[in-house]
Design a protein around this ligand. Structure first.
Ligand SMILES: [Zn+2]
Length: 370
């Protein structure tokens, strides 16, 4: 059974009509499934109005597809049409009470919990049985694929700090903002020369960019990775080496929390986020839902990255940690924050001054990305 057919079987509780699927191949009219796929793609392109048209066509042809109704709800949310969205999600749940996504979306939008599911065993048809075993097979295949390398094709490089915000300053006067800018510009040049990864910068000179603007740049460029480049600092002069962070609600340790507090300290200069009373920001709701997925992906990538990075750099690896970094939290993609060396450590600071060592860092980051 091919995947399209399998997805169709799963998406329809009624498990109907092989015939509809055959139509497009035979040059006949588009099937409900084709319209649903089209709708899904349009949602990804944020063309919600067109997505709604395609998905309505899908549900008109096949009113039993909870998958199409779930997508229709998602498309309405994209236009901020809460009532229509909830109606579509409700239809999806009515057709398939096990549709977790739609259930969750109803709860988020209405801010009311749905009654808990009673687990009743339905009799399983041979066709459903086949679909379930295909599902198990696909899940195990996906698990195996997860272990493969995450492919970064578009990266946004964020040079930490800038302008009035110097970041950490070393004993000899070396400023974090200058090192991060130099590293980021060089990395950008290197990636351009290598030609495998397309890169963008959040700043190209010594000026201040609010944390939220940095994330917005990454979102605008639809990057598949945001890497924020920093140099660490500690009140204690002993710690040295590199560490990679990803975003999490709760810090992985009190040390990680301190690092985030330091990097977040300029948040007071950001424009305050304006929210109308009683207004639910749909984008915020959707992001919350998708955030966890990005953060899981970030954690996995951070580990791969740090593993590769440390091989190419004569700096002690201090591993991977997580904390709540403002520059990462609203990113609509996996994101990491690299602390490469401690400016508060005399040895690290000396090395960070040397162009040859910076070159090594740049090469190590590039190796870490791909
Ligand atoms: Zn910093």
């Amino acid at each position: 059974m091919d995947r399209r057919l399998f997805i169709k079987l799963l998406s329809q509780s009624a498990l109907v009509s092989y015939g509809l699927l055959a139509c497009p191949y035979l040059g006949w009219a588009k099937s409900a499934f084709d319209y649903a796929l089209e709708g899904q793609e349009l949602i990804q392109q944020k063309n919600f109005a067109e997505a709604i048209k395609a998905l309505k066509e899908s549900t008109r042809i096949d009113p039993n597809s909870d998958w199409s109704y779930g997508l229709l709800g998602r498309a309405h949310l994209g236009l901020g049409q809460k009532a229509e969205a909830v109606a579509a999600f409700r239809e999806a749940v009515r057709l398939n009470p096990l549709d977790t996504y739609s259930r969750m979306m109803i709860e988020i939008v209405t801010q009311k919990p749905l009654p808990k599911l009673e687990k009743k065993k339905k009799p399983v048809s041979p066709l459903e049985q086949e679909a379930y075993s295909e599902e198990a097979l696909m899940k195990s295949e996906l698990k195996a694929e997860e272990g493969l390398e995450y492919q970064v094709k578009r990266v946004v490089i964020d040079a930490g700090h800038g302008g009035f915000d110097s970041g950490a300053v070393g004993k000899s006067g070396l400023k974090e903002k200058d090192v991060t800018l130099d590293l980021s510009l060089k990395l950008h040049e290197k990636l351009k020369a290598d030609g495998k990864v397309k890169s963008f910068l959040t700043r190209t000179g010594d000026y201040y960019v609010p944390l939220s603007d940095r994330t917005a740049t990454a979102n605008q460029h639809q990057a598949d990775l945001l890497i924020s480049v920093h140099i660490n600092a500690n009140e204690n002069k002993t710690p040295h080496g590199s560490e990679t962070y990803f975003c999490s609600e709760k810090a992985s340790s009190s040390e990680a929390e301190k690092v985030a507090a330091l990097e977040n300290s300029v948040i007071k200069f950001d424009e305050p986020y304006k929210k109308k009373a009683g207004y639910i920001d749909i984008e915020e709701i959707l992001l919350k839902f998708e955030q966890q997925l990005y953060w899981n992906e970030s954690g996995k990538f951070a580990t791969t990255f740090q593993e590769r990075f440390k091989k190419w750099l004569p700096l002690k690896s201090r591993g991977v940690h997580s904390a709540n970094f403002y520059v990462l939290r609203m990113a609509k993609m996996p994101s990491i924050l690299l602390e490469t060396g401690f400016i508060s450590n005399a040895n690290d600071e000396e090395m960070l001054k040397k162009p040859a060592f910076r070159e090594k860092i740049v090469n190590a980051i590039a190796r870490g990305l791909a």
